[in-house]
Ligand binder design. Structure first.
Ligand SMILES: [Zn+2]
Length: 274
């Protein structure tokens, strides 16, 4: 999937990141400075008016497929719910050089952060891997900490990916429609670590959203920030139902496998989950 012209403007991208940040906060998945958002763009953007200050930076890992691309990303310690009110103070714009190893970080005079998000390595690695495999010219990545998904990942049985998907995708008919590749589940890994970065890339090849056990999720979309946040909302809603059912003593039926299969057939969904 690639976006076609007319491409979204820089202002439209900044607004979409602000709106995505607000929606993450609305579902209580972005407490304090939790969560981060980035957008990778493959067409030229005039950055200097919004981000006049530039400095050379080294990338945390080589991103050979992103040469010439721009990644707009949240600063460390910034609040997702505050992006919409003042995007340039909370975001930096990284233009990746032709060598795929160095870059220029552009920021605004009102910049409110020292460094880019602590999960910058995971954002960059997922963008590089996806652009390298699919050639997309747009890619949004959102990390959030939705409480019901994260709670389930504290229960050992739910760290089994097949079990997690069976239990969480059985509450609403549209969940399988919007998450046909299901939800990846990783064990607990240290935030910001190379281990998490590598496992996250691998899981997001097969899924559009992955659980970082005992921490949160990362979701991606080659259409919009909104679609990436939608995936978090659908997964979190399924997890909330599952939590409610656990608290209620497991009284509910949930959609049966036959019912889910009928939904898949009716909507022509390609999935290996049922
Ligand atoms: Zn986090």
């Amino acid at each position: 999937m690639t976006l076609s012209e007319p491409y979204p403007s820089l202002d439209e991208i900044l607004v979409s990141m602000g709106e995505g940040g607000r929606r993450v906060a609305t579902i209580d998945a972005g407490e304090g400075a939790a969560g981060n958002i980035s957008v990778c763009v493959g067409w030229p953007l005039e950055l200097r008016r919004h981000f006049p200050i530039d400095e050379p930076i080294e990338l945390p890992l080589p991103a050979p497929h992103l040469a010439g691309h721009i990644v707009i990303v949240t600063g460390s310690g910034r609040r997702l719910r505050d992006i919409h009110a003042n995007p340039v103070a909370n975001l930096g714009a990284v233009t990746i050089a032709a060598d795929g190893a160095s870059a220029t970080l552009r920021t605004a005079p009102t910049r409110l952060f020292e460094k880019l998000t602590s999960e910058w390595n995971s954002h960059l690695a997922v963008h590089d891997d996806t652009v390298g495999r699919s050639g997309t010219n747009f890619h949004a990545v959102v990390h959030a900490q939705p409480p019901h998904i994260t709670y389930l990942s504290h229960l050992p049985a739910y760290r089994d990916e097949a079990h997690f998907n069976r239990q969480v995708l059985r509450w609403e008919p549209e969940t399988i429609v919007h998450l046909p590749a299901g939800i990846g589940v990783l064990p607990f890994m240290i935030p910001g670590s190379d281990t998490l970065m590598a496992a996250n890339v691998e899981s997001l090849r097969r899924h559009r959203i992955v659980v970082w056990s005992k921490h949160g999720v990362m979701a991606r979309s080659d259409l919009s920030v909104t679609r990436a946040v939608d995936r978090i909302e659908y997964a979190e809603t399924g997890a909330r139902y599952e939590y409610m059912d656990l608290v209620a003593g497991g009284l509910a039926e949930g959609l049966t496998t036959e019912e889910t299969r009928a939904i898949v057939d009716a909507f022509g969904i390609e999935t290996s989950l049922v």
